[in-house]
Ligand binder design. Structure first.
Ligand SMILES: CC(C)(COP(=O)(O)OP(=O)(O)OC[C@H]1O[C@@H](n2cnc3c(N)ncnc32)[C@H](O)[C@@H]1OP(=O)(O)O)[C@@H](O)C(=O)NCCC(=O)NCCS
Length: 193
């Protein structure tokens, strides 16, 4: 398989004009972050297990920290592609959201988050309870998208995550295009029908 180069030359044309150079590439490890939270009684849902919204906020906060660290400034959640709850969190669980940049585009980043839970006062193995993929967009002071440093995968796992993020992005764009075409067909039928 052809070797991909992840090191765009610093200052190369970013596509944003001469005044916006391509930022230097950064390794995924430079912004990797873990955020933790103890599920207390206030975090329970009506069934007595951990409320999904609490886990979602933890996931978004962890991903936001990674996106801010990687892009070196403000970044906003543009989309949550997938948030899978695998096992319920319980009151008394110490929940860890491990997050890292999987992929970068020109101004957007995919952040992958893996959520693990362990009993807060027991030394038992942690369970994988949820996973999520979020797209963040770096913004300038006017709220407009700004270029992000290309991510440089280091490990075999980083490369796998990069490839899988590209597959998700390709599918997302194809789905959006298919929906737009379908709506355009509907509108054309309304006009002619
Ligand atoms: C996210 C936001 C900045 C994008 O602005 P925009 O003008 O629509 O951006 P563009 O169409 O120029 O796209 C910019 C990038 O975002 C990506 N993007 C935009 N909308 C997206 C979506 N729904 N899903 C995935 N990626 C998206 C584009 O693919 C592009 O990526 P690239 O530069 O890496 O190729 C804007 O929609 C926004 O401010 N949304 C509200 C964010 C918010 O309030 N979040 C919750 C609180 S943090």
């Amino acid at each position: 398989m052809a070797q991909r180069s992840f090191d765009a030359p610093v200052g190369a044309d970013s596509g944003w004009g001469d005044d916006v150079p391509t930022p230097a590439a950064k390794p995924a490890s430079a912004s990797r972050t873990t955020l933790s939270h103890i599920m207390s009684a206030q975090d329970a849902n009506l069934y007595g297990t951990g409320h999904g919204g609490v886990v979602m906020k933890l996931v978004d906060d962890a991903a936001a920290a990674v996106a801010g660290r990687h892009s070196g400034g403000p970044a906003v959640t543009a989309a949550v592609d997938e948030l899978a709850f695998l096992v319920p969190a319980r009151v008394g669980d110490l929940v860890h959201a491990h997050a890292q940049v999987n992929w970068t585009g020109r101004t957007s980043m995919e952040i992958g988050v893996r959520v693990m839970a362990e009993r807060w006062n027991e030394s038992t193995p942690a369970n994988h309870i949820a996973s999520a993929y979020l797209t963040f967009v770096a913004i300038d002071p006017e709220g407009r998208p700004r270029p992000v440093p290309p991510v440089r995968p280091e490990t075999a796992e980083d490369h796998r995550r990069f490839r899988e993020a590209e597959i998700r992005r390709t599918h997302r764009l194809a789905r959006r295009q298919a929906i737009q075409l379908s709506r355009a067909d509907d509108e054309a039928a309304d006009v002619t029908g």
